[in-house]
Design a binder for this molecule. Structure first.
Ligand code: PGA
Length: 255
């Protein structure tokens, strides 16, 4: 049985004080009425330390939104895996479409980051997904396959044991358009099939594949009911404690 994850990607939002308040509200809300086991919040770098103190002792884990592959040195503006580990990060989002688009991260760069993250002991949340043009051109499988294989080049077997994948169709991110549960499930199955070529069957069955792209309280249950979907990577709706908690609580535990 794969343990589901609901992760909040706060992107470039929340000052330190706002981040503290949001984290506090999430922790309190979870204590009050949730049995959901793995919740992850990914604040901006500047708020990691504040959020770490607040989630301590709760079932909320900390994730970063990026890292650089070198461990230290003259790389102005970059953050190393070790810096994030010492701040208590267990997860790190890599290959997000916004990084690919605005910061020109290609599959090779994503691969170096995934390798560094795995080497350092993180669970990378590797994001892959097609654009609208690619979907309409019937290229979804080819794109997802290229991104997955590119990001995991040189990584096989046991090395993939902590990997988490987020299928995020670009056309669904921040647009209010969600992939239908069936569309998502179809790509999730395809991704799992690809994984089974990279590691043994048992391990490939253990990798969590999350869906991301306009997940909201209104559509979360339908998405999470799909057995292929092991949780969600939530952007906009994770910035408000109430909607994030609603999403968490809509996961059909025990079904
Ligand atoms: P969204 O973002 O939920 O705002 O669409 C998801 C993401 O980019 O991870």
């Amino acid at each position: 049985m794969r343990q589901p994850i609901i992760a909040g990607n706060w992107k470039m939002n929340k000052t330190n004080q706002e981040a503290r308040e949001l984290a506090q509200a999430i922790v309190q809300g979870l204590k009050a009425d949730s049995t959901f086991s793995e919740v992850v919040v990914c604040p901006p770098f500047t708020a990691l330390e504040s959020v770490k103190d607040i989630i301590e002792g709760s079932n909320v884990e900390l994730g970063a939104q990026n890292l650089f592959w070198e461990s230290q040195g003259a790389y102005t503006g970059e953050i190393s895996p070790k810096m994030l580990l010492t701040l208590g990060c267990k997860y790190v989002i890599l290959g997000h479409s916004e990084r690919r688009r605005y910061f020109f991260e290609d599959d090779q760069i994503v691969n170096r980051k995934v390798k560094a993250a795995i080497e350092a002991g993180f669970s990378p949340i590797l994001c892959i997904g097609e654009s609208l043009e690619e979907r309409e051109g019937g290229k979804t499988r080819a794109v997802v396959s290229r991104q997955l294989q590119g990001a995991l080049e040189g990584l096989e077997g046991e090395k993939l044991k902590n990997l988490v994948i987020a299928y995020e169709p670009i056309w669904a991110i921040g647009t209010g358009k969600t992939a239908t549960p069936e569309q998502a499930a179809e790509v999730h199955s395809f991704i799992r099939g690809l994984l089974s070529q990279l590691c043994d069957e048992e391990l490939s069955e253990e990798v969590r594949i999350l869906y991301g792209g306009s997940v909201k309280p209104e559509n979360a249950t339908d998405l999470f009911c799909q057995p292929q979907i092991d949780g969600g990577l939530v952007g906009g709706a994770s910035l408000d404690a109430e909607s994030f908690l609603k999403i968490i609580n809509s996961y059909p535990i025990g079904d």
